[in-house]
Design a binder for this molecule. Structure first.
Ligand SMILES: [Zn+2]
Length: 325
């Protein structure tokens, strides 16, 4: 018993020493463990933080597509969303009868538009003489070939009126305003800036032995040849029959206008006016879509300066007559 006690005591004594050593050891381990734990925690925390960022990104993505799907996708220009939202255009296509129109720059000089609603102000082209008239130098060759080939086909051709300056038109208009009020004068003589002859791209072409400008000209072999071939040289019949409400000018089977071969071919094939052609490229061209008071123009009486009587009822013819005086 005493031995046991002693052993126990001895054992107890030993255990005390061991405990001390154990404590030291445990303390050291604890320190190491703490260091290790701190390291692990730091690394794990970083990883966890990184994971959270990623999750938050995914979460926020889910939130975006869940809560603001339509607006977010529309704002992002999402293709599938857009096609889903607006299927109508493809469901009901509207065929464009003029989808094959020429690929041209409508603002180029060939398409200058002058009419009662569209003033070209004091536009002034460089002109050159051709026979008894003047035209924009850029159409000299086309005009020369047009007239020459028509003559070669056995016709007599007379160039009766070409370029008219803004100043001449202004003089004539103001002179007319001395006799009439301005509105009435405008039905007899075109306001300066609104005559197509000011563009230098037009000419009145008549038979050498029939210079009067009237619809009767359409029966001549000369006009029929020119009407059939004009587009080959870049010209159009500028004031066709039945289009008076668009051009504001009566039918004039003598007034040809240069627009270039490509546009002329298209215009003649599709029976268009220059106003309608230009409108294919511009949404709002003055006069192109308006109905107008062409009746006033047409009803203007023969106060023309030249005194020729048969074609003085329209503004353009009046202008033509004016220029011939
Ligand atoms: Zn004319």
């Amino acid at each position: 018993m005493a031995t046991q006690k002693r052993r126990k005591k001895k054992k107890k004594n030993l255990t005390g020493g061991e405990l001390l050593a154990f404590r030291v050891l445990m303390t050291a381990c604890a320190v190491l463990l703490c260091v290790s734990t701190v390291r692990n925690l730091t690394a794990g925390g970083a990883k966890k933080a990184a994971g959270s960022v990623s999750e938050e990104t995914e979460l926020s993505g889910n939130v975006m597509t869940g809560a603001d799907a339509a607006s977010a996708q529309l704002e992002a220009g999402d293709a599938s969303s857009a096609s889903a939202v607006t299927p109508e255009p493809t469901a009901t296509p509207t065929p464009d009868p003029y989808a094959d129109k020429p690929d041209i720059d409508i603002n180029s000089w060939e398409y200058v538009l002058a009419n009662p609603w569209n003033s070209i102000e004091d536009y002034c082209p460089d002109v050159v003489p051709i026979e008894d008239i003047e035209v924009d130098y850029r159409i000299y060759d086309a005009m020369e070939a047009f007239v020459s080939d028509c003559r070669d086909a056995g016709n007599t051709v007379y160039l009766s009126s070409g370029y008219r300056s803004y100043d001449l038109q202004k003089y004539l208009f103001e002179k007319k305003c001395e006799e009439y009020d301005e509105e009435t004068a405008a039905t007899i003589v075109a306001r300066p800036g609104t005559s197509e002859h000011q563009t230098g791209l037009a000419a009145d072409i008549t038979e050498e032995y029939y210079e009067y400008k009237s619809a009767i000209l359409e029966d001549t072999a000369m006009y029929q040849w020119m009407e059939a071939h004009c587009q080959d040289y870049g010209f159009i019949v500028r004031f066709p029959d039945g289009k008076e409400d668009i051009t504001g000018i009566i039918y004039e089977p003598w007034h040809f206008r240069y627009v270039g071969v490509e546009a002329a071919t298209y215009i003649m094939e599709h029976n268009l006016t220059l106003e309608e052609f230009v409108a294919l490229y511009k949404d709002d061209v003055a006069g192109a879509t308006d109905t107008n008071d062409a009746g006033e123009t047409d009803s203007s009486d023969s106060a023309d300066e030249a005194g020729s009587s048969d074609s003085a009822n329209d503004a353009d013819a009046v202008q033509d007559s004016v220029s011939e005086s």
